[in-house]
Design a binder for this molecule. Sequence first.
Ligand SMILES: [Zn+2]
Length: 317
Amino acid sequence: MIKKNTIHDDPPIVRLLPSPCALCGSYDNSNEIYPSNFDLEAFNPEVFSARRLPDRIHYRMVECKKCNLLRSDPVADSDTLLQLYIKSTFSYGNQINFLKKTYGRYLELAKKVSPNATSLLEIGCGSGFFLEEAIKHGIPNVWGVEPSTNAASQAPINLQKKIILDVMRPNLFPKDTTFDIICLFQVLDHMPDPVGTLSECQKLLSPNGVILILNHDIDAWSAKLLGESSPIIDIEHTYLYSKQTLAKILEAAGLKAVEQGCAWNSYDISYLVKLFPFPKFIKSFILFLFKVTLLGKVPVRVPLGNLYSLSVKKQEF
Ligand SMILES: [Zn+2]
């Protein structure tokens, strides 16, 4: 299917292609969960930028009858997606300190699995804020992979040379390169080939290394309560995981989950209100009250529907 976007000056040609279940490879053995609701305006770098406010635009979502893996189907071709991520912008704003806290806590869990870790690779490192945090947590040798030129250009100068402007793919690093900790924070949901990407990570993992993944949890109370209105039902997400389906994806990539659980995220209350699908006037009113009372700055730690996972090479067990 080929659609032409007539809204932009330079109209992109977006090819929508059927997507297979990443576990069993089937194309047709699925149930439709939500019909699509996007139009071609959605295919612009703003929509594909980090942490934009949820707008509930999504592809058709289906669930594999055999594996229960939820996926978008059909999806834009991988070249279109890559171009969108290359041009996407970085907009974490004042959430960076909260993200550093959240990810730093899970890094400490990863260090328990790989106590002598000295090297770390982050896939989708954005502006490198977590790489800075990892150095503070005692990991001296940090590297990142990031497709967005805008995001990487915001990294401190000393880290810019440690960020590879690309997506995770074979032969990205010199032969025999290994890392003790490889992190994927909120990126696996976006990947068109999760098993392929994680297999590349597995090859780069040192014998005692650990992969730390944090992503949305389709079984979380918030996802179940909000259904199609949940911010995780989003055109940026190609696959969405539960503990069970993520464990199977890891297995298929030669990894074994040694610990999985519900992730607790640090936020300020205003950010939570922005994420929640309140009617617009109620949201504006609450945000106004928070602003004048400074209540919106109150830090909270909540299980907001994320799943963390620590995995190691399968043959180590
Ligand atoms: Zn399947």
